[in-house]
Design a protein around this ligand. Structure first.
Ligand code: NAD
Length: 311
């Protein structure tokens, strides 16, 4: 019997590779640096039945055309923007991803960023550790308890942030026109019908939608003006949902007390305008970076690819 040959061109966590290797009908080639050598991938892809990548391998029409035996492309993670989906579908090649693997990692990062922004923890840390100053009065924060958290996008991550926020004694409201009211009610969260109402009522606002034509620039100067003075804003979802220039200006004016941002409209980026804003906590898109989440993603994608190969 011919074995299914699986090519992995980027780093994935060991448990996912092990799972594939122990299958009697599968042969695995794991070369985590191969994504840097596109010509080599083109050369060897004709012998493979499955390709597993992250975001670094350009899965182009040319690659898919040469992969005559390819049945499935697995993206170990969420975004599939490096894969030509249309070309894959024309050739009957299945594309699978692992959107649930990093839900908890992103949820917990959001909670960490919320606390960090509310208490300006990174600023206090820098003042004491790097500047050797003892500035107790300078770092006056706000408490989460009793505040209203507005969650835009009440999906996997948004709803889990809501559950955790309730444990902090926050009142939680959400705006998501695509979910049923009962889902929110079951979790003790009030679903509002209009974005405007959420903007008006929330002390802290966090976005957890995908980046789509509809959500790009969902929060601009116009929306920020409708918010409470001293609101805290979080974007751990995708760069561009909150307009970066408008957020910068609102932080400078003090309309927005503090912000926390993990994702940027252009990545990687070390010169984004937000890096110059006051009272902002930033991280370089590490929302999904936990050992647990990388293991989850690798195991989920291995199982998805196996299911696709075996039909
Ligand atoms: P999900 O699909 O489970 O939830 C998204 C929710 O947004 C859905 O309930 C959907 O109905 C809602 N939504 C869509 N358009 C909307 C709109 N116009 N207004 C209001 N709500 C809208 O997705 P998820 O797994 O919860 O992920 C949410 C976001 O977090 C995604 O953008 C994802 O890429 C991002 N993410 C970031 C990291 C990170 O490293 N920072 C990690 C994981 C996920």
């Amino acid at each position: 019997m011919e074995k299914f040959k699986v090519l992995i061109t980027e780093h994935i966590a060991e448990p996912g590779i092990e799972l594939l290797k122990k299958q009697p009908d599968v042969e695995v080639t794991y070369d985590p640096e191969l994504f840097r050598n596109f010509d080599r991938i083109l050369e060897i892809i004709p012998e493979y039945h499955a390709l597993i990548t992250r975001s670094g391998t350009p899965v182009t029409e040319e690659l898919l055309e040469r992969g005559k035996k390819l049945k499935v492309v697995g993206r170990a993670g969420v975004g599939v923007d490096n894969i030509d989906l249309e070309a894959a579908s024309r050739r009957g090649i299945l594309v699978v991803n692992a959107p649930t693997g990093n839900t908890l990692a992103a949820t917990e990062h959001t909670m960490g960023m919320m606390l960090a922004a509310a208490r300006l923890i990174p600023y206090a840390h820098k003042s004491l550790k790097e500047e050797r100053k003892w500035e107790r009065k300078k770092f006056m924060g706000v408490e989460l308890a009793g505040k209203t958290l507005g969650i835009i996008g009440f999906g996997r991550i948004g709803s889990r942030v809501g559950i955790r926020a309730k444990a902090f004694d926050m009142k939680v409201i959400a705006y998501d026109p695509y979910i049923k009211k009962e889902k929110a009610e079951r979790l003790g969260v009030e679903l509002v019908d209009e974005l405007e109402e959420l903007l008006r009522r929330s002390d802290i606002i966090t976005v957890h939608t995908p980046l789509t034509e509809e959500t790009r620039n969902m929060i601009t100067k116009r929306e920020i003006e409708k918010m409470k003075d001293g609101v805290i804003l979080l974007n751990i979802a995708r760069g561009g949902i909150i307009n970066e220039k408008d957020l910068y200006e609102a932080l400078v004016s003090g309309k927005v007390r503090a912000a926390a941002v993990d994702v940027f409209s252009k990545e990687p980026s070390t010169d984004n305008i937000l890096l110059d804003a006051p009272n902002i906590v930033v991280t370089p898109h590490i929302g999904a970076n936990t050992f647990e989440s990388q293991t989850n993603v690798a195991v989920i994608i291995a199982n998805q690819v196996l299911a696709a190969l075996r039909g």
